[in-house]
Design a protein around this ligand. Structure first.
Ligand code: ATP
Length: 539
C-alpha cells in the first residue's frame, strides 16, 4: 500500500483559500482523519488527493507516482489513481439487490490483468476439495432441517464461505450430492489430472496464469463472472452481509445499507480508501457500532484510510493520526493522544476534548526559578511550574523572529506574478471564557497584548474537588450520568467545567474546595495563541 504525500498544496477560488499551502505525509496503512470545523477545507483536501478536484498549485504523490504537479502539468485522472470512495450519501441502487449493487462496479472494470486459464484453475480447486469429502459432508450436515432435508440455498452459502469459492464452484460441488461414506476419489483424481494436464500443456504457473520467458502474460480484459463473484463474497464476508445478498436496499436497516456501501467500495481492492463523513446518516448507537467495524476493517484490509469528519470524538477514536485543519491551514498532525495532551495552539486545545477545555486568562512573568508568577480570575495569585525547562523571554524572541520571517516570506510571495492575496485572513483563535455574566466581545475594544498576557488551558479531568483544596468555589450546575458527573464550578465570576468520576451527588450552591492538579496544565501565549509549555499550577 502506498504512502501519500502532499507538498505545498493550495486550492483557492478567487481570493478564498480553501486549502492553504498544505504539507502532509500519510503513511502506508495509516488511518488518518481530516478534522476541523465546517468549511475548513477537509473535503476539498480529500477530493484533491482523489483526483476529483484540481489543486491551484502544489504536488501530490501516491506511492511512487506523481499524480498531480502544477509546475510539471501532471494531473492523473481519478479513475487511474486506484482509490475508493465512501460518501455520506451512500446511494445504493434501489432496483438492484445487495449482490448486484456490489458487483455493478466490478463488472465495469476493464484493465490490464494477468491472463488466467480459469477452467483449469477451477477444475483443480474442485478436485482438491473433493479429495477430502468428509469436510464437505460436515458443512452440508449443518444445513439440514429438523426432518433431515437439505436446504440448498443455505448449503451453497455455507460452501462458499467454508471453502472460499465462488457460487458457481459451490453449485458444482453441491451437485455431487455428497453424503457420509460416499467415495468420490475417482472423480477427484480425474479433475486433478485434467487440471494438471492443462497446466503442463500451456506452461501455466501455480496460479494458472500464462507465463512467457518467466513473465506472467497480461491482457486488457473485464473481470470474469467467477472473479466478480469471488470478490463480492470476499467483501461481504468482511462486512458480514453474506446473508442479505438477495435483498433490495429498502429491505435493509441504515447500518446494513452502510455495510453494503462499504463492501461496494472495498470490492475493487483500492489501495487507499477515502471516506467523507460516512456515518453521519446513522443514529448515535449505530454510528458507534460502525466505528468498531471501521477499525476492524482497517486492520483486515491493510488499506490506507483517509477519513473526513467534523466530529472530534470520531476522529479521536478511529485515527492513527489526526490532521486538524482550520481556515484551510494545518493546525496539527499527530497521533490522537498527542493532539489531546500536547495541542499546538488554543484552537487545537479547544476543538479536541469533550467536555471542552477550560481557558483561564492569566497575567505574569517568569521568575528566577523558572516558574511563572500569575494573577488569575479576579486577582488571585498562582504559580505555573513548567514540566520541562522553559525560557519564556527566549520563547517570545523566537516567536517574534518566526513572525518576521513569515511576514517577509509573504511580502516576497506577494511580489510574484500569480500571487492572490488571501481574502479569508488567518486570525488568532478567539477562545471562550465562561462567566456567570457573559461579556459581549463585540462591544470591547481589541486589547493591546504584551508578553505578560497568557492563557492557561485546564482539561476538565484536572479539576479535583478536595477538602484541602486551596481554591474556594461553588457548584453552579451538575450533570450526573451514573459513571461520572460533569460539573460547573463558580470561582469569583468565572465558571470552570470539571469531570468527577463515580456516583457523587452535588447540590447547586454547595460550597466546595478544589485543586487544579496534574502536570499537564497548558500555558499559551495570548497574542499568537501558540502553546508555550506544559506544567503544574499552584494556587
Ligand atoms: P464541511 O464539514 O461543512 O463539509 P469542509 O471542511 O469539508 O466542510 P470543504 O467542502 O472542503 O469544507 O469547503 C471548504 C471551503 O471551500 C468552504 O468554505 C466552501 O464553501 C468552499 N468551496 C468548496 N467548493 C467550492 C467551489 N466550487 N467554489 C467556491 N468555493 C467552494
Amino acid at each position: 500500500m502506498p504512502e501519500i504525500k502532499l507538498e505545498h498544496i493550495t486550492k483557492r477560488w478567487g481570493k478564498f483559500y480553501a486549502v492553504d499551502d498544505l504539507d502532509l505525509t500519510i503513511a502506508d496503512n495509516a488511518f488518518v482523519t481530516l478534522l476541523g470545523p465546517s468549511g475548513c477545507g477537509k473535503t476539498t483536501t480529500l477530493r484533491m488527493i482523489a483526483g476529483l478536484e484540481t489543486p491551484t498549485s502544489g504536488r501530490i504523490t501516491i506511492g511512487d507516482q506523481v499524480v498531480f504537479d502544477s509546475d510539471m502539468g501532471i494531473n492523473i485522472p481519478a479513475n487511474k489513481r486506484h482509490v475508493g470512495f465512501l460518501f455520506q450519501n451512500y446511494a445504493l441502487w434501489p432496483n438492484m439487490t445487495v449482490y448486484q449493487n456490489i458487483a455493478f462496479g466490478l463488472a465495469n472494470i476493464k484493465d490490464e490483468m494477468p491472463k488466467v486459464d480459469f477452467d483449469a484453475k477451477n477444475t483443480a480447486r474442485l478436485g482438491e476439495i473433493l479429495s477430502n469429502p468428509a469436510e464437505v459432508v460436515k458443512v452440508l450436515e449443518e444445513c439440514r432441517d429438523k426432518k433431515g432435508k437439505l436446504d440448498e440455498k443455505k448449503a451453497i452459502i455455507k460452501l462458499i464461505d467454508a471453502f472460499t469459492i465462488s457460487q458457481y464452484t459451490a453449485k458444482k460441488l453441491f451437485g455431487y450430492h455428497l453424503e457420509q461414506g460416499r467415495d468420490v476419489s475417482a472423480e477427484a483424481a480425474s479433475l486433478k489430472e485434467k487440471a494438471a494436464a492443462a497446466k503442463k500443456a500451456q506452461g501455466l504457473n501455480d496460479e494458472y496464469q500464462f507465463v512467457k520467458d518467466g513473465k506472467v502474460l497480461t491482457e486488457t480484459r473485464k473481470l470474469t463472472k467467477e472473479e466478480i463473484d469471488l470478490s463480492v463474497r470476499r467483501v461481504s464476508r468482511i462486512v458480514k452481509i453474506g446473508m442479505f445478498m438477495d435483498r433490495y436496499p429498502a429491505e435493509l436497516s441504515g447500518g446494513q445499507q452502510q455495510r453494503v456501501a462499504i463492501a461496494r467500495t472495498l470490492a475493487p481492492e483500492p489501495s487507499v480508501l477515502f471516506m467523507d463523513e460516512p456515518l453521519s446518516n446513522l443514529d448515535a448507537k449505530l454510528r458507534l457500532e460502525m466505528r468498531y467495524e471501521l477499525q476492524r476493517l482497517h486492520v483486515e484490509t491493510g488499506s490506507t484510510f483517509v477519513y473526513v469528519t467534523h466530529d472530534q470524538m470520531e476522529a479521536m477514536t478511529l485515527a492513527t493520526q489526526i490532521c486538524l485543519i482550520n481556515n484551510g491551514v494545518l493546525q496539527q498532525y499527530d497521533v490522537p493522544l498527542t493532539v489531546y495532551n500536547r495541542p499546538n495552539n488554543l484552537f487545537v486545545a479547544d476543538f479536541v476534548g469533550n467536555p471542552s477545555i477550560n481557558f483561564v486568562e492569566a497575567r505574569g512573568a517568569q521568575g528566577a526559578d523558572g516558574s511563572v508568577d500569575l494573577t488569575i480570575f479576579d486577582g488571585r495569585k498562582a504559580k505555573f511550574v513548567p514540566k520541562e525547562k522553559t525560557d519564556l523571554p527566549g520563547w517570545f524572541k523566537a516567536r517574534d523572529e518566526a513572525e518576521a520571517a513569515a511576514a517577509a516570506e509573504l511580502k516576497r510571495r506577494s511580489a510574484e506574478k500569480n500571487y492572490v492575496e488571501k481574502g479569508n485572513k488567518d486570525e488568532t483563535f478567539r477562545y471562550h471564557i465562561a462567566k456567570v455574566e457573559e461579556d459581549d466581545f463585540s462591544l470591547q475594544e481589541e486589547p493591546v497584548l504584551t508578553n505578560e498576557d497568557l492563557v492557561l488551558g485546564v482539561r476538565p479531568e484536572f479539576i479535583h474537588i478536595a477538602g484541602d483544596g486551596a481554591l474556594d468555589g461553588e457548584i453552579y450546575g451538575a450533570m450526573p450520568t451514573g459513571m461520572e458527573s460533569t460539573i460547573k464550578i463558580r470561582i469569583d465570576d468565572f465558571l470552570l467545567t470539571g469531570v468527577v468520576f463515580g456516583s457523587t451527588l452535588f447540590t447547586i450552591g454547595e460550597k466546595v474546595k478544589l485543586t487544579i492538579g496534574g502536570d499537564n496544565i497548558m500555558l499559551f501565549d495570548r497574542r499568537s495563541g501558540k502553546c508555550i509549555a506544559f506544567g503544574s499550577l499552584q494556587c
